[in-house]
Design a protein around this ligand. Structure first.
Ligand SMILES: Cc1cc2nc3c(=O)[nH]c(=O)nc-3n(C[C@H](O)[C@H](O)[C@H](O)COP(=O)(O)OP(=O)(O)OC[C@H]3O[C@@H](n4cnc5c(N)ncnc54)[C@H](O)[C@@H]3O)c2cc1C
Length: 361
């Protein structure tokens, strides 16, 4: 295993555990309602201790490994370093003690990164952040703008609102969680209207200017005030695959128009030696989908007749209330003129993937 990170399991949601779940930060809030009134100041003792717990949990996940613990050592790369393909059968390693690895088969699992907005620069440690930055904040912002209406935007907005931030959400379209059944979205949207200070639909950020202590934003659309000032801004408008700097042009691997690696149901790319799994291999961008694809790829390489043939893929959004669904969604079924049930439905893996693709778009 080659990974740029010396400790890849500390990445967001690797092993399904790294993202601090709102329920693990605010144990009481998910039994009923948050223990504070919405839009309360972050300066109460309760919120301060919740914020401390948040920072502590995050620190534990990032730095809390016990040296020599075999279970913890298991997920560590044998070769820390950045891999770049030089041909279909070898990679060059940068920032590593060994220079090259030759292989019979390779599995690409390089994940995805936040897509930014035109003209907006996301710097590590800056006030304009991606989700990695938002999970590693030194403070709880008084006023936070979240740009985006997908699950990352809503989860992070809920976490910070629960910690006492006054959260404004700017969504480009007229709905949040596009592609998810309205039966689930409507009650969530109602609740978020209480929890967040503002929700602006049909709104885009025209300009975002960062200074030492503030971020000045110009909003265009339904927001009544165009010019607003925030302590921090989180950009969560979608994700793009980490495929551009991999040297894949030296192989036969094909990318689609969005840069995701094209794979078949056995996770094979167009290069017979190379397989791809997880976010870099396309939607849905979910940890459990990545794990399952990894197992399929390993089994196929071993010569077993394995395939990504799941019948229904579960999905959870860790907001308040949390929402979950599985397989073909009702709205997608209606579009396809199929009969479906509203709570739990069963569909083909292709239908599940399509529902997710529309949600992630
Ligand atoms: C804020 C947030 C919340 C999320 N919440 C959930 C959730 O609740 N449930 C869920 O199922 N999913 C969730 N996800 C999605 C989940 O994190 C991803 O789907 C999952 O991590 C994808 O796994 P992966 O192996 O494809 O990529 P990653 O887990 O991103 O791993 C990619 C690895 O490749 C390494 N790498 C990249 N390029 C190179 C290179 N050239 N050489 C060597 N190493 C390289 C990186 O260092 C990294 O360790 C969330 C994502 C975000 C951002």
């Amino acid at each position: 295993m080659v990974d740029i990170e010396p400790d890849p399991e500390a990445n967001v949601c690797s092993a399904g555990a790294s993202l601090p779940r709102p329920s693990s930060i605010w144990p009481n809030s998910f039994k009923g309602r948050p223990a504070r009134k919405p839009r309360e100041s972050p300066s109460t003792d309760q919120n301060r201790s919740a914020a401390a717990a948040f920072v502590e949990k995050r620190g534990h996940r990032q730095h809390g490994r016990r040296p020599g613990d075999p279970q913890q050592e298991e997920g560590r790369p044998a070769h820390p370093g950045k891999a770049v393909f030089e041909a279909s059968d070898r990679v060059r390693l940068a920032e590593s003690e060994i220079r090259r690895i030759k292989f019979k088969h390779a599995i690409v699992a390089t994940g995805s990164k936040t897509q930014s907005l035109p003209g907006i620069d996301i710097r590590k440690g800056g006030r304009v952040m991606d989700s990695d930055g938002a999970l590693d904040l030194p403070d709880i912002p008084e006023r936070l703008l979240v740009i985006g209406g997908g699950y990352v935007a809503l989860e992070m907005g809920t976490v910070y609102a629960s910690l006492g931030s006054r959260v404004s959400l700017a969504v480009r379209s007229d709905t949040m969680l596009r592609g998810v059944d309205p039966d689930l979205v409507v009650p969530l949207s109602r609740r978020l209207k209480e929890l967040f200070e503002n929700i602006y639909f049909n709104t885009r950020a025209k300009s975002v200017r960062e200074s030492d202590s503030r971020v000045e934003v110009t909003l265009e659309g339904d927001a009544p005030e165009a010019n607003q000032s925030f302590d921090r801004v989180l950009i969560a408008v979608g994700r793009q695959p980490n495929s551009a700097e991999l040297g894949l042009d030296t192989t036969k691997v094909k990318l689609n128009e969005k840069g995701f690696i094209v794979v078949d149901e056995q996770q094979r790319t167009s290069d017979e030696r190379i397989f791809a799994i997880g976010d870099v291999a396309g939607a849905p961008l979910l940890a459990h989908k990545a794990f399952r694809e990894g197992k399929v790829a390993a089994e196929v390489i071993k010569g077993e007749p394995s395939a990504f043939d799941v019948q229904a893929m579960p999905a959870v959004v860790y907001t308040d209330p949390q929402i979950a669904w599985c397989g073909l969604t009702e709205s997608r079924a209606r579009q396809q003129k199929e009969i479906s049930q509203s709570s739990v439905s069963h569909g083909s893996s292709r239908a599940g993937r399509r529902a997710w693709e529309s949600r992630m778009a």
